[in-house]
Design a protein around this ligand. Structure first.
Ligand code: MG
Ligand code: MG
Length: 265
């Protein structure tokens, strides 16, 4: 079942997605070598609740926190903990909220301090892959056009595109149909129609595309322990160009002033 949203419903998804964007900007203000990921989680949960939202990931299938925080070789679904972030780490922060009955979902990978050039390029290319996919997310195109645009860009740099985890429809539920893979064939799959709202979220590995589950039952990491990056936007399908409902603007305004992070775009 595909749920096509009215304009009123899309505005509610936008409100939730912008709360996610502003929450990630609060994370951007605080993130630095020496901070623990559980502290970032606390900052995010407080900000979400102060803005009349509810953290979407907290208790989702038993997930224990408000943010998924995945460091270095961790791909996604990392559990915040008391370990301190270090100079040279990359840190993917994934955030979801529900407000007024509608969900928003977005993720950003931060570079802390002295990150090596190859890893900075991985972040840049992953962010670009997301935007290449979004460019194709317009009415009349097919889902495979979005997927292949992401895959082709990432693989042109020799990076691995994770297969096991995919983007998704979003609205009254965090995860709705359709699945939005980050790999696929141009001209294949579902024809996109106005009103469909999807979360597009490339997970791109520096090395092999293969991933494994950590023993905690949640964390996914790269099989070769090389770094992985993750960027995500919630977008509505429209006729001419996709309507990006989340935003990196608030995050990146902060990053430009934060001496502890590297700007990678
Ligand atoms: Mg997400
Ligand atoms: Mg998502």
């Amino acid at each position: 079942m595909l749920y096509y949203k009215t304009n009123e419903e899309i505005e509610l998804v936008r409100e939730s997605s912008l709360l996610v964007a502003k929450t990630l900007a609060e994370v951007a203000k605080a993130i630095r070598p020496g901070i623990t990921t559980i502290e970032l989680d606390r900052i995010a949960e407080e900000f979400i609740r102060d803005n009349q939202g509810v953290p979407a990931f907290l208790n989702y299938h038993g997930f224990p926190n408000s943010l998924c925080i995945s460091v270095n070789a961790q791909v996604v679904h990392g559990i915040p903990n008391k370990d301190e972030l270090k100079d040279g780490d990359i840190c993917s922060v994934d955030c979801g909220v529900v407000k007024n009955g509608f969900y928003g979902d977005s993720a950003y990978t931060f570079a802390l301090g002295d990150v090596d050039a190859e890893t900075l390029q991985l972040l840049k290319v992953t962010r670009e892959s997301l935007l290449k996919g979004i460019e194709k997310a317009v009415a009349g195109n097919r889902l495979g056009d979005v997927s292949s645009a992401i895959q082709e860009h990432a693989e042109s740099f020799g990076f691995g595109v994770v297969r096991e985890l995919v983007g998704h429809g979003i609205g009254r539920h965090l995860h709705e149909k359709p699945e939005v893979p980050n790999y696929g064939k141009r001209g294949s799959g579902l024809v996109l129609k106005e009103g469909l709202v999807i979360a597009i979220e490339p997970m791109i590995n520096m090395g092999t595309k293969s991933v494994v589950h950590e023993k905690d039952g949640w964390t996914i990491r790269t099989a070769d322990r090389k770094p992985s990056a993750h960027f995500e936007h919630t977008v509505a399908i429209r006729k001419e160009t996709a309507d990006i409902l989340s935003s990196f603007k608030f995050i990146e305004e902060v990053l430009e002033k934060n001496i502890n992070t590297k700007v990678t775009y």
